[in-house]
Design a protein around this ligand. Structure first.
Ligand SMILES: *Cc1c(COP(=O)(O)O)cnc(C)c1O
Length: 410
């Protein structure tokens, strides 16, 4: 039975339960949107206060040589070790996800001259699709779109059907933003490489929610944002991963001074810095980078395997409760039921999803709506309890029954 007693029993047995109190904000708020904006870790304001008062306020410009210039690569290595399954020297934190995605997609296209096609998913996150459209337009290329299942995501066979000697790049989200479907990264990398194409993965909904093994799984390129499961705060910079073997072959298109070898020589002509530093462009946002570092430290402390395990259990609990309590009201699960094939968010479909989402938020249950008919519940494992999941199900049940909100879970 999925009920409050069961949820409370699961919380008592949950080894990660104490982490929920390590975030700021109203502990009674049912916050199921940590996959859009992660909660504020309790220690992050102190870290930022030090960067502001001491590093900026006292040390001023000297701070650039006292650590700031290395921060993009240091935090990159921390993300690589904590959540990406990547060896050091392959990840940098820089720019928005959109810009990192542009830089790596352009670099991949440039490394496959003569190949005129890109394979991607028609239902991928909009910014990825738009950037690919821009690149295809600028390079006279064609995008071959997979029309993936909206309650699932791109499958290896669908990728295989579109690959050819013309494919330069295969670009997909690992965990799909709407359905939470988790793609078979290793299989798709292998298929793409057989066809001679490079792969670019968007990990925005994967990093910090599911285990990743970018090096082992043969990933070429990846990007992701840091303000979702990594709790870097609003607008915190993204990260980009370039497999070491490709770093000297690929050229990113935004040739800024901080991606140049010996930037302070201010010399004529651009020469890319060696390694992952050559994928940087301009001055890094130090305040946000420090916040990312603080968020990633919390993830590292809990451990990604334990986090992923809890994410899959929270999802299974939600799905079982939805089947029992919400299916009779016409709610269907629009997320893969196999925990190995999904991330840490669950989509529930209902024709009145938009109005229901607004009513849930008014009732203190923060979820989000994704067009056309999905209520999306993000189950950020460190800041979400089973009682939170129960509160969501019970509130939605009351709303659908037209009974108002009982709030008996508080
Ligand atoms: C959240 C998200 C982004 C965000 O891009 P920004 O440039 O940071 O706004 C990109 N891709 C995916 C798949 C996302 O989920």
């Amino acid at each position: 039975m999925a009920d409050l007693t069961e949820a409370q029993a699961r919380d008592r047995e949950d080894p990660l339960a104490p982490f929920r109190a390590r975030f700021r904000g109203d502990p009674d708020l049912v916050y199921l949107d940590g996959n859009s904006l992660g909660r504020l870790p309790d220690h992050t304001p102190d870290r930022l206060a030090d960067v502001i008062s001491r590093q900026w306020g006292e040390r001023l410009i000297r701070s650039w040589s006292e650590g700031w210039l290395d921060l993009p690569l240091e935090v990159g290595d921390a993300i690589a070790a904590a959540v990406l399954g990547a060896a050091a020297g392959q990840v940098a934190v820089a720019d928005a996800t959109t810009v990192c995605f542009y830089k790596l997609a352009a670099a991949a296209i440039g490394a496959r001259p003569g190949r005129r096609e890109i394979v991607s998913d028609l239902h991928d996150f909009p910014t990825d699709r738009y950037v690919l459209e821009s690149l295809a337009h600028g390079h006279q290329m064609t995008i071959r779109w997979i029309d993936s299942d909206p309650a699932g995501g791109p499958e290896p066979a669908e990728v295989a059907a579109l690959l050819s000697e013309a494919t330069a790049l295969v670009s997909l989200s690992h965990v799909t933003y709407r359905s939470g479907h988790r793609a078979d990264m290793a299989a798709i990398n292998a298929l793409s490489h057989e066809a001679g194409a490079l792969t670019l993965w968007d990990l925005s909904h994967s990093a910090g929610s599911v285990p990743l093994q970018l090096d082992r799984d043969g990933c070429d390129l990846a990007v992701g944002c840091t303000y979702k499961y990594l709790c870097g705060g609003p607008g915190s910079p993204a990260y980009l991963y370039v497999a070491r073997a490709l770093q000297s072959q690929l050229r990113q298109p935004i040739w800024g001074w901080l991606g140049r070898a010996d930037p302070f020589a201010m010399a004529p002509g651009y020469v890319a810095a060696d390694g992952i530093r050559g994928f940087l462009s301009g001055t890094p946002p130090i305040l946000s980078l420090a916040a990312v570092d603080a968020g990633v430290a919390l993830i590292a402390e809990a451990g990604i395997d334990a986090i992923a395990e809890k994410g899959s259990r929270l999802g299974s609990f939600l799905i079982a409760a939805a089947d029992e309590r919400l299916a009779p009201h016409g709610v269907s699960v629009a997320t893969p039921r196999d925990a190995a094939r999904r991330g840490a968010h669950v989509a529930l479909a209902h024709p009145r999803a938009h109005a229901l989402t607004d009513a849930l938020i008014r009732a203190g249950v923060v979820v989000d709506f994704r067009a056309p008919d999905v209520i999306r519940a993000g189950l950020a494992p460190l800041s979400t309890s089973y009682a939170d999941v129960w509160a969501f199900i019970d509130t939605l049940d009351s709303l659908l029954a037209g009974a108002g909100v009982t709030a008996q879970w508080r």
